[in-house]
Design a protein around this ligand. Structure first.
Ligand code: MF3
Ligand code: CO
Length: 252
């Protein structure tokens, strides 16, 4: 039940798993344009993951039917890829993907504009990404877990955005979901102390409107209750003695 501290060997394997995922994400990002179906994005993601000799960890996870979660506009997360869902100019699309390399899981998400999008949509994407960076200022040994949650909340709230409460970040390692759970909204305690060797998937999910979400009939797709746009940004992060290592981010 405790938070796992990874050994040096495990950290190396996490680094490689995440480095590969960063490359998969870069290539997926380059494929985002009007006219592509969410099915094609998933097919490309699976092909890329397997081309690196890795296994897509989302595929068949609790019955999830694809390798990449593709969530469009008011879809928050876990959108199911479909041949009928064609990206249109002005949409925003969140891609969540993960893989297993030598038994070690990585997990990351990005939100992209499709062609030209509204200024409001652009801002939601930027603020969501920035909120991750505000959060990880506290992802250091000596800080506490919910310092991260509180920093994300503080940053997003000033824009009037809704911070999703029903879904949280998580530890990641030999399982996709390990302890601890990492909320993105204000907590009244500081939570556990962070220690070097923890690997955490920190993933703010931010709505332009209210925070409430609901599940579609397919049992997976999470949408905003008020129909407002939603963005998602996630990286797998290593806690060290100093600044956190963002394992799923490639130098730009
Ligand atoms: N990245 C998601 C998470 O952090 C995983 C998607 S769940 C799946 O929980 F079933 F789609 F794999
Ligand atoms: Co995750």
């Amino acid at each position: 039940m405790a938070v796992i501290i990874k050994s040096q060997r495990e950290i190396e394997l996490m680094r490689e798993s995440c480095r590969i995922l960063a490359q998969v994400h870069r290539q997926l990002g380059e494929a985002i344009k009007p006219g592509i179906s969410t099915w094609d994005i998933d097919a490309l993601g699976e092909k890329l993951i397997r081309s690196y000799g890795c296994i897509p960890n989302f595929l068949n996870y609790n019955g999830y039917p694809a390798s990449v979660c593709v969530s469009v506009n008011d879809e928050v997360v876990h959108g199911i890829p479909s041949k009928e869902r064609i990206l249109q100019e002005g949409d925003i699309v969140s891609l969540d993907a993960g893989l297993i390399y030598k038994g070690y899981h990585s997990d990351a998400a990005r939100t992209y504009p499709v062609g030209q999008v509204s200024q409001e949509a652009e801002k939601l994407i930027t603020v969501t990404k920035q909120s991750f960076f505000e959060g990880i200022k506290y992802a250091r040994a000596g800080c506490h877990l919910y310092d991260i949650s509180n920093a994300i909340d503080r940053y997003c709230s000033q824009f009037g955005y809704g911070i999703v409460r029903d879904l949280v970040g998580h530890g990641v390692g030999t399982c996709l979901h390990e302890e601890p759970q990492i909320p993105n909204f204000r907590q009244w305690r500081r939570g556990i102390k962070l220690r070097p060797g923890m690997t955490l998937a920190i993933e703010p999910m931010i709505n332009m409107g209210g925070y409430p979400v609901e599940w579609l009939e397919d049992g997976w797709t999470v949408v905003t209750q008020d129909g407002s746009l939603s963005a998602h940004y996630e990286n797998t992060v290593l806690i060290t003695e100093g600044a956190p290592e963002i394992l799923t981010l490639m130098p730009e």
